[in-house]
Design a protein around this ligand. Structure first.
Ligand SMILES: Nc1ncnc2c1ncn2[C@@H]1O[C@H](COP(=O)(O)OP(=O)(O)OP(=O)(O)O)[C@@H](O)[C@H]1O
Length: 246
């Protein structure tokens, strides 16, 4: 069998919440393939299924039907323990709320995924990513002593430390001012361009989407449009059209 050319592949993924007349069809037979070493934005009106897409693609939630593959691994074939292990070692996460552990230093937060996986840190790699996120002088500080932008840099370093196959970012700039948001987006862009990382990001912001290579647009749980080398203006135009029909 040929190796999967995609870093992540969703095939006919359906996600239904609840049962009977109150059931919500959050994803309706969604298919998408994310190429390795690319930066992808997932956009759509509120309630269109973006978070559900991200959660299913990242193995945080199981689809009701359909298949999700991380490389050649079918996630539905994994029991909970193996799936947790896979999330820890092969996937990185960046959230809007940073999700750092307040009692750990910056360095300990960055190294946490390795510690949880029982893996050794690689000093050269650690130095490289700490340099890339520009946190060199702050490794012994605690999250509460950092600005929002600095905390998100720690979260990105933590996501990079295991050299995951894909980083999933859920509104990573949602809590930041526009200038700091831009720095974080440039950092994610750099992770893709320089470190050949694959990044999938949910965002509401056309300016954020303009930093990516491609945009997947969701509407009412389906992939309704796509755009390569997006610009903020063209993305905003598509979003206005989607909101009109939502
Ligand atoms: N745990 C849940 N139980 C029931 N319904 C849910 C659950 N999670 C999401 N939904 C519903 O599924 C649909 C898609 O939700 P989702 O959060 O994926 O959309 P979204 O595009 O990320 O929205 P937003 O931009 O507002 O965050 C919505 O109708 C939502 O109410």
């Amino acid at each position: 069998m040929l190796a999967n050319r995609y870093a992540v592949q969703l095939t006919d993924v359906t996600k239904r919440y609840g049962e009977g007349p109150d059931a919500v069809l959050a994803l309706d037979r969604v298919s998408a393939g994310i190429e390795p070493g690319t930066f992808t934005a997932v956009m759509g009106p509120s309630g269109s299924g973006k978070s559900t897409f991200l959660h299913c693609a990242a193995g945080l939630d199981r689809p009701t039907a359909g298949e999700v593959r991380l490389g050649d691994q079918d996630l539905s074939a994994l029991r909970e323990r193996r799936l947790t292990e896979l999330r820890r070692t092969r996937i990185g996460f960046v959230f809007q709320a940073f999700n750092l552990l307040p009692s750990l230093t910056v360095e300990q937060n960055i190294l946490l995924p390795l510690r949880l996986a029982g893996r050794q840190s690689e000093p050269d790699w650690l130095r490289h990513i700490v340099g890339a996120v520009d946190l060199g002088g702050r490794l012994t500080r605690y999250p509460a002593q950092l600005s929002g932008g600095q905390q998100q840099r720690v979260a990105i370093a933590r996501a990079l430390v295991t050299r995951p196959e894909v980083i999933f970012a859920d509104e990573p700039t949602g809590a930041l001012d526009p200038e700091t948001a831009r720095d974080i987006l440039l950092l994610l862009r750099q992770a893709v361009t320089d470190l050949h990382q694959t990044v999938v990001m949910v965002t509401h912001d056309p300016v954020a989407a303009a930093h990516t290579d491609q945009v997947l647009f969701l509407g009412a749980g389906r992939v309704v449009d796509g755009m390569v080398t997006p610009s903020a203006d063209r993305v905003a135009e598509v979003m206005t059209g989607l909101r009109r029909v939502a």
